[in-house]
Design a protein around this ligand. Structure first.
Ligand code: DLL
Length: 432
């Protein structure tokens, strides 16, 4: 099932031609209307009218989150405010918010892109879509909302939080599609199990999860607990919001909406493109956005591009799941470690619960990492011997697969904090 087959299944040649034309008009637009880009192009000796091939893009300067902050709030808008019909902002965990805007046309395109992703999961006009992302400055709620309305689904704009009410609505309103972060999906599933709710009696068929990194093991856990098809969708407010990329039913990588964005993958140190299929930082250039175009925006998100065609028939290139952010990366004794690697290992070990927290502290000059893992009740209250065995087993797996030693502490079920939005997995006390 496609939402826009002509675009989603375009030949590479046609797509690249379209991308080039759209890139040319975007460069013209930003050079004309955004002093920041005009200045940057001038400094780098770039003639925005002189682009005749896509790979010439590499001469363009990157844009970073700091550039967005420096131009707070509206400095990078390419249209007057009277043409802006919506403003969102992303707070992030550090510093000043970044503000993004949309014209009427941007909102239409955005809804279409989200419609593609919902359709690719199997969601259609007969579905009842419960959107448990926050509505507000965060792009999650409204972004998914407009896409779901576009396909004609019945949308329940419940927003985030209030788990008991979410569950009641899930039952009473016969929700078929749940949209939220993967960690919240798990919290809903666990709460329903505690409440002795028969999951099989629900109407739930699909779940579209995103907004934060999650592992394949977590997908399996969600699928098993909720009995649904669970797809990953990715996006970021600076580029648009949800709908930048999303999985089809193959559940094997996220199709990027390449007719709206040009993607590159770079080495975050050298800033050069990585070899095809290698892991690197995603960089996006928007090529249809009117209010807030971005040129070579460094996302800090790490993923790889998948070269093989997808059996769903879509030709839009796929990216792997995002394994983490360059700024989430922990450097422990010189080794780069991502929380997602730890998650994958923990989920694979029997006796642990899918809830964990990574504490980073500094002892003298050395970083010390402690992984807190919830364990099933039977083990927690079991003899010390069993607990110790499990702890040693986890330590060993982490040491072999990460290449570093970390401390492991087993904690009782439900002791770690639960999140209604994006989960916070790392507590870095070095910065406090
Ligand atoms: O999180 C947009 C979104 C909302 C996407 C709902 C999907 C669903 P921001 O708040 O600006 O926007 O945060 C963007 O979240 O750079 C990634 O680090 C992370 N992220 C988003 N989706 C995924 C995902 C929204 N599927 C930041 N997998 C991005 C991993 C994700 N990380």
């Amino acid at each position: 099932m496609y939402w826009d087959k002509a675009k989603e299944c375009m030949s590479r040649e046609d797509l690249e031609q379209l991308q080039l034309e759209r890139l040319q008009s975007t460069l013209y637009r930003v050079a004309t209307h955004v002093p920041f880009y005009r200045k940057k192009f001038k400094e780098s000796g770039i003639n925005p009218d002189g682009f005749s091939a896509l790979d010439e893009m590499r001469s363009l300067p990157f844009t970073t989150k700091d550039d967005l902050r420096d131009n707070y709030p509206y400095g990078l808008f390419a249209v007057p405010l009277r043409d802006v019909v919506r403003v969102h902002a992303s707070s992030g965990t550090t510093g000043m918010a970044t503000v993004v805007g949309y014209t009427k046309n941007d909102i239409k395109n955005w809804a279409d892109m989200v419609a593609r992703i919902l359709t690719a999961t199997g969601v259609g006009a007969d579905d009842v879509v419960q959107i448990a992302f926050g509505y507000g400055l965060f792009t999650g709620g409204f972004g998914l909302h407009y896409g779901a309305e576009r396909i004609g689904a019945s949308v329940i704009p419940i927003s985030s939080g209030n788990t008991k009410r979410q569950i009641q609505i899930l039952q009473d309103f016969k929700t078929t599609t749940l949209v939220c972060t993967p960690s919240y999906a798990l919290l809903l599933a666990d709460t329903m199990m505690e409440m002795d709710i028969n999951i099989n009696a629900l109407s739930l068929k699909y779940g579209l999860f995103g907004g934060e990194p999650w592992s394949e093991e977590m997908r399996t856990e969600i699928k098993n607990k909720l009995g649904i098809i669970a797809t990953d969708n990715y996006g970021l407010s600076e580029v648009m919001g949800p709908g930048v990329a999303g999985e089809c039913r193959e559940c094997n990588g996220l199709h990027i909406n390449e007719d709206h964005f040009i993607v590159e993958v770079i080495d975050p140190q050298s800033l050069e493109p990585v070899a095809p299929g290698e892991l690197g930082e995603l960089v996006f250039t928007t090529i249809t956005k009117e209010a807030f175009p971005v040129i070579r925006y460094r996302t800090r998100d790490l993923a790889r591009l998948l070269a093989e065609p997808c059996s769903c028939g879509r030709t839009l290139r796929r990216m792997s799941r995002v394994i983490g952010r360059t700024d989430d990366m922990l450097i422990i004794k010189g080794v780069n470690v991502y929380p997602m690697q730890i998650e994958s290992i923990l989920f694979d070990i029997e006796g642990t619960e899918p809830h964990y927290q990574i504490i980073v502290e500094r002892e003298g000059r050395m970083d010390k990492v402690t992984v807190l893992v919830e364990v099933v009740e039977s083990i927690f209250f079991d003899q010390m011997k069993k607990q110790r065995q499990l702890m040693e087993h986890i330590k060993k797996r982490l040491a072999t697969e990460l290449g570093i030693g970390v401390d492991v502490k087993l904690v009782e079920e439900k002791t770690l904090e639960r999140f209604e939005g994006k989960a916070v997995r790392v507590v870095d006390r070095r910065r406090l």
